[in-house]
Design a protein around this ligand. Sequence first.
Ligand code: FAD
Ligand code: EPU
Length: 374
Amino acid sequence: MKHGKLPEKFQPSFGNFLILKVPGNRRNHYPKIILKQDMQDVLKNFNLTGYNTFGIEVFAKLFLTFRNTQELKEVLDEYKNENVLILGGGSNVLFSGNIDGLVLQNKIKGIEVIDENANDIYIRAWAGEVWQDLVDYCVGRNLGGIENLSLIPGNVGASPMQNIGAYGVEVKDVFYQLQALHVREGYIRTFSTDECRFGYRESVFKNQLRGQFVILNVTYRLSRYPRFNISYGMVENQLKLMGVQELSVRAVSEAVIAIRRSKLPDPKFLGNAGSFFKNPVIEKIEFERLKLSYPHMPHYPSGDKIKIPAAWLIEQCGFKGYRRGNVGCHEKQPLVIVNYGGATGKEVFDLSEEIIHKVYDNFGITLVREVNVI
Ligand code: FAD
Ligand code: EPU
């Protein structure tokens, strides 16, 4: 926030702090001294290339990093007429053009134990924590629940937004509650699991309440006596390859990390936002129809429906390793659209449209984007 000339009530700053004098009341005639952390400046025409893992160059009209709830409230109040975009690690967004509004990057940090019993431990993590730092915190203390979600990029704040998931576990499985601030009205509300309306890569924050709340912190229930989930994909196999004799939180986490490193591109070297589309879930009757033409089509039960891997559908349409200009589909995992360098959001979006049309023409299935197009 630009201070310009400081108001008189502010005294010279002590490092990162300003001393704010508040007049005493009748009983106490001495002024109270409150330490107020100095706020960052709002930056104008800010380059977001380093703030989205796709590495798309766009500019935000206004940009600010906030480190606590008070700073967030103040800036929302001051810029109440601007469109607001909350940004975490930028690993699930595609910027399609410049942002005509205020981009707020959440840097509220902290991980704390808030309750525990013989079996469970309740950990509250603030939204600006890096997700992997929370995983490391839990793995280091042998607390089970999120080891399968190791190495997912991004921050804690987005974890319930997307209901992040991998290797048979979703955040909703360990979620206890979260606190969020209403962008326009400034009140803080607690959301239970039911109120978050979690689904496959879905929550109320991505749908009905989109853009209305800033997630401040999330409380997860971790277990002292974890039941490991290693049945998904290659996890069990990887544990065998690693020679693991006895399962542990750390071993499962390391297995997941090894698998992920072997197939997913690292955004540091190749811009991407993970899976670009969701895996489609179709009716059994539709599946039976497709199976007649594609008897080897991979599929997984999903409730009373069937999930088809989008990667397979995309590969069948010839997009695996496909490149057009600066964009393409990854050579090991075609569900991941990549930026080979210098791509615009439009190029990525156009390729995603082409994929959607081809998959629909060939299979009659409509792929839905998982990445948030902004
Ligand atoms: P951002 O991209 O910054 O934001 C995503 C959305 O959430 C935006 O709409 C933003 O406005 C909103 N948002 C962010 N923070 C807040 C907040 N505090 N309050 C309100 N809204 C907020 N995802 C998976 O589920 N499973 C995976 O296995 C997986 N693998 C990936 C692998 C790679 C290589 C990459 C690049 C991505 C992968 N992802 C995966 C996607 C991504 O990492 C997750 O969706 C992650 O949770 C996004 O976090 P973020 O902080 O980067 O969110
Ligand atoms: N497949 C192919 N060709 C390929 C790769 C995969 O046909 O080149 C088929 C295979 O049948 C394979 C299946 O796709 O068995 C599933 O592939 P994979 O295990 O790699 O997982 P995914 O379904 O493509 C999902 C998530 C990932 C998550 C992994 C592991 C979605 C949209 N994606 O990918 O999440 O890490 O499972 O659990 O559900 C993300 O959300 O960004 C993300 C990376």
